[in-house]
Ligand binder design. Structure first.
Ligand SMILES: C[S@@+](CC[C@H](N)C(=O)[O-])C[C@H]1O[C@@H](n2cnc3c(N)ncnc32)[C@H](O)[C@@H]1O
Length: 202
């Protein structure tokens, strides 16, 4: 995780450039758990990284827009989509500077989109605003109780923070803290995920 957000594109590009592959290439476990029961529609993958979630969604019939601030990550995500033979709309966007289009998506998925606050609150409200009436917002992050985020505690958030940010117009479908063991930056690691799935009033 870059140390600051002063130039997120350059910082994330540099992080990705350190290795030919950073993430596992598999979809995130909580995405699979929460989204499998939903009917496909339009989806926004926020900070899509190397594209595994976007490819998984597209393979299940979602019409996916995948956004990242890093061109290095987007190039890998485009290659992943091409090898999986799925069509995905990739966009190079800083979602803090340019929030997504309001009410445009049936699903907005933010997996490990860790920002300091500010701008986290405003950015996540923008993600909520991008959900169409009746659609879902899925937010998954490293929960503050575990060691993964110790170097960047200011970037960690609780499930309650997300639920409170969105307010009354939303139904809480899932608000949970889940432990799992997975390969993280090349090492088998105990992880704790905060998982929030919210449904916007129709
Ligand atoms: C921790 S990685 C998670 C990647 C992917 N969601 C996953 O779970 O494998 C966070 C991603 O968010 C992207 N990102 C960070 N700040 C961003 C911003 N302001 N706008 C868009 N993308 C951003 C980074 O480039 C990076 O790919």
């Amino acid at each position: 995780m870059p140390a600051s957000e002063s130039d997120p594109a350059a910082e994330w590009d540099a992080m990705y450039a350190e290795r030919s592959t950073v993430w596992s290439g598999e979809p995130n476990a909580q995405l699979v758990a929460e989204v499998t029961p939903l009917a496909p529609g339009t989806a926004l993958d926020v900070g899509c990284g190397e594209g595994a979630d976007a490819v998984w969604l597209a393979q299940r019939g979602w019409d996916v827009t995948a956004v990242d601030v890093s061109e290095v990550a987007l190039d890998r995500a485009r290659a992943h989509a091409a090898s999986a033979a799925v069509a995905i709309s990739f966009e190079h966007v800083d979602l803090v500077a340019t929030p997504p289009t309001p009410e445009a998506y049936d699903l907005v998925s933010a997996q490990f989109f860790h920002l300091p606050d500010p701008p986290r609150g405003q950015a996540y409200q923008g993600l909520g605003a991008a959900v169409a009436p009746g659609g879902h917002l899925l937010v998954v992050g490293h929960y503050p109780s575990e060691h993964i985020g110790k170097d960047h505690p200011e970037r960690l958030f609780t499930t309650d923070e997300i639920v409170t940010l969105l307010g009354d117009d939303w139904q809480v479908v899932t608000s949970d803290v889940r432990e799992r063991t997975a390969v993280h930056h090349g090492e088998l690691t105990d992880l704790v995920d905060g998982v929030v799935l919210m449904k916007r009033a129709g």
